[in-house]
Design a protein around this ligand. Structure first.
Ligand SMILES: Cc1cc2nc3c(=O)[nH]c(=O)nc-3n(C[C@H](O)[C@H](O)[C@H](O)COP(=O)(O)OP(=O)(O)OC[C@H]3O[C@@H](n4cnc5c(N)ncnc54)[C@H](O)[C@@H]3O)c2cc1C
Length: 482
């Protein structure tokens, strides 16, 4: 598989010409294409699969949006762009502050835009703790907004906006609406077409792509520029091994088969910088049911290391850093339940009459877990957690034996993962080189770019589709304004 940069001088002739060429027909590509088309461009989307959709169509359809969207308002939540910005910067870091500012300031109008394209969002809120919704509620808390210290920095609000659709993949409802718009408005689509190289002119401007289609090598010209929107690299085992050594062999990638990092390698061939390539969101959530959050999570030394009410991706990231990546969820009789996410396969190790027996059963040093539990219970009785500030809603002393332990170790349970690293872009979705300068004629959006959250510790569900759709639009507009 070649992903190289070729010179315009080496192109024998162009087989097709457009103003804007978009590589990939997932959420970022479809939004880029729509905006470029509406700005008057002749737009050609080149898609490797036999149909569009990508990982976006397989997804749960959660968009991380806020600042006071129509759904938030209808459900009685008073969010603001400033609260959203403060939360995102506090939890995700200030490295891309200008990108985050733009995203938060324009979120309400981006929500309206998505809806006006036919992406449906019900005006209802799911109040419980869930990873994805099987119902049709339009709003859900999907991140760490209520976690300490973030709840003291910014007013928490639910920001997971789920496109309305039954089952596990409402993402296909959103993609169907957006691809229909594209096709109705004259965006041209070339499926079964795998881009293998970017083409640069003598000034270094990206002016086309080389691709393979039906066994032939073709060259397509892009008069204005190219948008890379080809997804992440979870499906490329070599890239994953090289960049994300923390992942055990048992971890399974989430995505479409073509999320193999090809867009990142295309960008690299043109001199692009990458960022957060080690970033990963892994998940094997302990909830639902929410009552399990009232348990404690300890490592092989019987010590707590994370607030149990964290977003599941944050919990997973902390588990991955524990000695031997081992972790247990400890519950008492009052809150006992089996974790409902079947794919996680968290094994019940055993039930124990008392904590001393559990220490022996789990091979935790004698006295260590008893000490942890004693301290936790003393504080929990007062509604406090001086170690990790777990929210009082989830605090209760664990004193009703028998007790049970679930093995939630990173390398024993079944963690699914997506990559967060990729091409470095600015707030206009322009791909940057290693000196921070935009590469002429080249934009990128979606999972082939470095996500705003660069680690599972700060990810929130919807942080791919939300920014992917928004910066996809920005990419289309940027190229057409040049
Ligand atoms: C089961 C599941 C649930 C998820 N749920 C959510 C969620 O609820 N919210 C959220 O924010 N994120 C979710 N995600 C993650 C999210 O779906 C992806 O991060 C996001 O869809 C990426 O969008 P994209 O446009 O960048 O890439 P994709 O949607 O993957 O689109 C990229 C397209 O590029 C094509 N392509 C690749 N290489 C080439 C090439 N060389 N030439 C031409 N075409 C190429 C691919 O075939 C693909 O169609 C979920 C993912 C999965 C798998």
């Amino acid at each position: 598989m070649q992903n190289s940069l070729i010179s315009l001088r080496d192109v024998p002739h162009f087989d097709d010409t457009a103003d804007v060429l978009v590589i990939g027909y997932g959420i970022a590509g479809v939004c880029a294409a729509l905006e470029a088309r509406r700005a008057g461009g002749d737009v050609l989307v080149v898609e490797r699969a036999s149909a569009g959709g990508g990982a976006s169509a397989l997804s749960s359809g959660l968009f991380y949006l806020g600042g006071g969207t129509a759904v938030q308002k209808a459900c009685g939540f008073d969010d603001s762009p400033d609260d959203m910005y403060r939360f995102m910067i506090a939890s995700m870091g200030s490295e891309n502050a200008d990108l985050v500012r733009r995203y938060c300031d324009e979120n309400v109008s981006h929500f309206d835009w998505l809806e006006s394209q036919g992406v449906p969002f019900e005006r209802t809120c799911y109040e419980g703790k869930a990873v994805f919704l099987l119902g049709t509620e339009g709003l859900l808390s999907t991140g760490n907004e209520k976690l300490w210290p973030y709840r003291e920095i910014a007013r928490p609000a639910p920001r997971g906006h789920q496109a309305t659709g039954e089952g596990e993949s409402p993402g296909n409802v959103a993609m169907a609406a957006l691809t229909t718009r594209c096709e109705d408005e004259g965006v041209r689509i070339s499926c079964d077409s795998q881009v293998t190289a970017l083409i640069a002119d003598d000034t270094g401007k990206i002016c086309g792509v080389r691709l393979r289609r039906e066994g032939k090598t073709l060259h397509y010209e892009a008069g204005t520029g190219v948008v890379i929107a080809s997804g992440g690299f979870a499906m490329n085992p070599d890239m994953v091994r090289e960049n994300i050594p923390v992942l055990p062999d048992t971890a399974e990638p989430l995505g479409s088969p073509w999320n193999d990092g090809c867009g990142i390698r295309l960008g690299l061939s043109a001199g692009a910088a990458t960022n957060a390539m080690e970033g990963v969101i892994a998940t094997a959530s302990i909830y639902p049911p929410g009552q399990l959050i009232k348990g404690i999570i300890v490592n092989k030394f019987g010590k707590r290391f994370v607030a149990e009410d964290s977003y599941h991706g944050r919990t997973a990231a902390f588990i991955s850093e524990q000695p031997e990546q081992r972790a247990y969820l400890i519950v008492d009789e009052e809150i006992f339940a089996y974790p409902e996410i079947e794919s996680a396969r968290h094994q019940l190790v055993d039930g124990y009459e008392n904590i001393e027996e559990m220490e022996a059963g789990l091979d935790i040093p004698a006295g260590a877990l008893s000490r942890t539990l004693r301290q936790y219970n003393v504080a929990a009785r007062k509604g406090e957690d001086p170690l990790f500030y777990k929210h009082p809603d989830w605090l209760k002393p664990l004193e009703n034996g028998p007790y049970a332990a679930f093995d939630i170790s990173f390398n024993r349970s079944f963690y699914l993962f997506m990559t967060l690293g990729g091409l470095e872009v600015d707030s206009d979705a322009r791909v940057l080189d290693k000196k921070g300068r935009p590469i002429p004629g080249l934009c990128a959006a979606g999972a082939c770019t470095a996500h705003i959250p660069k680690s599972g510790k700060s990810y929130a569900s919807g942080m791919s589709l939300g920014p992917g759709s928004y910066f996809g639009r920005v990419a289309g507009m940027t190229l057409m304004s040049q």
